[in-house]
Design a protein around this ligand. Sequence first.
Ligand SMILES: [Zn+2]
Length: 222
Amino acid sequence: MIKEFIQLIYPEFCAGCGDQLQFSEKAVCSSCLVELRNYSFTSAKSFFGRHIAEDEIYLFNNFKNKILQKIVYELKYNRNKSSGYILGMELGYLIKKSIHDCSYDFIVPVPISKVKRNKRGYNQCELIAEGVSQILKVPIAFNYLNRNNNLNSQINSNRYQRWLNVEEQYSLIKEFKNYSKLLIVDDIVTTGATINSCIKAIKKNNSKITISVAALAGSKVI
Ligand SMILES: [Zn+2]
């Protein structure tokens, strides 16, 4: 009742289409969710032919979907934090449906740089991870991974140089020594270099650990 009253004064709008949300809806309207679910997808086990993760799970198969692009923009640049949580829950349901054993020790959100975090006020991958965590009942490993800040500008680098730059970009703050199964959560996987670097940093510390990856979308051609 109070929520409905507040919404009358401060209406909330869908991060996908901009329409006013119904009382029962949160961040993304039900027709945008239905539209997005048409793209729901579980992927194969490699990034561009490189087998680096145990499973690779994308909620939506391609980032070219306009509604998804709009929601991710709202999430990253317009402080629409709820949309990350809602899509994270969707991702959690997909993982539960498609992966037989979801007994991860931790969910590991991909860290963003301190500069971006200060500017944005939050890490959008942590918000997505919170939605996934809610569904899978797996705790989140906050502040285990660190994104180093010593990158050269990527603007003038070619693709291979960018890959090399990203290679050493992440390091561990806390160890995963006594754990066996992790789920890394990212927003959008593009080249896979970020994920590769995160996995390398974790496996340097524990080579036997099994790592799966889940993201809202991947941009690779399938
Ligand atoms: Zn909508």
